[in-house]
Design a binder for this molecule. Structure first.
Ligand code: FAQ
Length: 337
């Protein structure tokens, strides 16, 4: 629905002209800045300023954690899907999200941070993950709405990341976006089917949209004026389009889809602005967003404890895989001797 083109133009006038200031290594820094200015890619073996490395580890690991924790709200519905077809689709989707997490952890590892360190950050509650996954999935319609709106917002944010300056992250994003596009379509299609059903089914869709709409708008992050990482992220070509501009693109793309679906978006201030050629929309509850990001949303504690339990329960699988690898290596050594 949104992924017809991966070549999204940078937001006009968003890239600051001033080069990065650093005393780390002036010659390497000049080469790095020149490559960024020329829209070139930085690869793992290339020199990079420590702050660039740190920013990428922060963003990529948060993104990876979001994919992995994001499996939980929908995973809760696999055993309750209304048909075999919906169950098969949902299993495939949840599995894809796990795969996205793994590509992203691998991309973060190329920056010199180990998988164990990344997971320790998540399990100790120090690392962030997307606020959206701390809300409950109350009905089957929530699964459709997550596909349509949550995956929709994720794609809108991730298409520009396909051109991120860090090669491994950008390349991972191409495949992730293609899969997210399927996720979004399956969610929208599930809702379209429900909207041809009974009044109770239609009401269930509307109720789910009412609960998820504002949370999805907050997914794009704080307003540009309150976004401490944006200016540097854009300068380095990590972020290509600002939080507010992506949010606006999402609203503009979603309103016509809501009309086709036959639901109302829960915002009395939502209206077309002829002068701006965009939809105006109401105020997001940022206090609620920060409260959730800080760990106090309705499901934060449950999500984290489920994640930690899954990791602990899976220890025997990791032990068995390591034992098998060791055995294979010993056998190869013996045969070579
Ligand atoms: N939730 O200065 P900025 C998905 C934090 S994947 C929690 O604007 P930045 C797939 C931010 O980290 C969804 N925290 O930061 C799926 C920063 O904190 P820090 C995840 C948030 O990095 C679908 C602080 O606020 N996608 O859904 C959020 O320049 C269905 C200040 O913010 C990605 O991670 C938030 N929503 O911009 C899976 C995409 N927003 O680190 C399963 C990659 C902001 O300074 C089912 N990430 N914060 O302590 C990005 O594009 C960026 O990191 C942003 C934030 C845009 C999220």
């Amino acid at each position: 629905m949104y992924t017809q083109s991966f070549s999204v133009a940078d937001a006009p006038g968003q890239k600051p002209a001033a080069p990065t200031l650093s005393t780390e290594n002036p010659e390497e820094m000049a080469r790095f800045d020149a490559r960024i200015d020329a829209d070139g890619r930085i690869e793992p073996q290339d020199w990079m300023p420590e702050a660039y490395r740190k920013t990428l580890v922060r963003q990529i690991s948060q993104h990876a954690h979001s994919e992995i924790v994001g499996m939980l709200p929908e995973g809760n519905w696999i055993s309750r899907a209304p048909s075999l077809k919906r169950k098969a689709i949902l299993i495939a989707k949840v599995q894809d999200e796990g795969g996205h997490g793994l590509y992203l952890y691998s991309a973060a590892e190329t920056l010199g941070t180990s998988r164990d360190q990344l997971l320790e950050g998540l399990h100790s509650g120090r690392a962030k993950y997307s606020s959206i996954f701390n809300y409950p999935t109350l009905t089957w319609a929530d699964v459709g709405v997550i596909g349509w709106l949550v995956d929709g917002a994720a794609i809108m944010n991730q298409i520009p990341l396909c051109r991120c300056s860090y090669g491994p992250y950008a390349r991972a994003m191409v495949r992730v976006c293609k899969e997210e596009s399927f996720h979004q379509r399956q969610g929208y299609e599930a809702l379209l089917v429900m909207m041809t059903g009974t009044e109770a089914q239609k009401a269930m869709v509307q109720d789910a949209v009412n609960r998820w709409w504002w949370k999805c708008l907050a997914m794009f992050g704080p307003p540009d004026a309150d976004s401490p990482n944006s200016a540097q992220g854009m300068r380095w070509g990590i972020k290509r389009i600002s939080n507010d501009d992506l949010r606006q693109k999402f609203v503009d793309a979603t309103v016509p889809q809501a009309k086709v679906l036959g639901i109302t978006l829960p915002d009395p201030d939502l209206k077309w602005n002829e002068a701006r050629q965009h939809y105006d929309y109401g105020q997001i509850d940022w206090a609620e967003f920060w409260n959730t990001v800080e760990g106090n949303g309705p499901c934060n504690k449950e999500r984290l404890s489920t994640r930690v339990k899954a990791h602990t329960d899976g220890q025997w699988v990791r032990d068995a895989a390591l034992a098998y690898t060791r055995k294979q290596q010993e056998r190869a050594m013996k045969e070579a001797a």
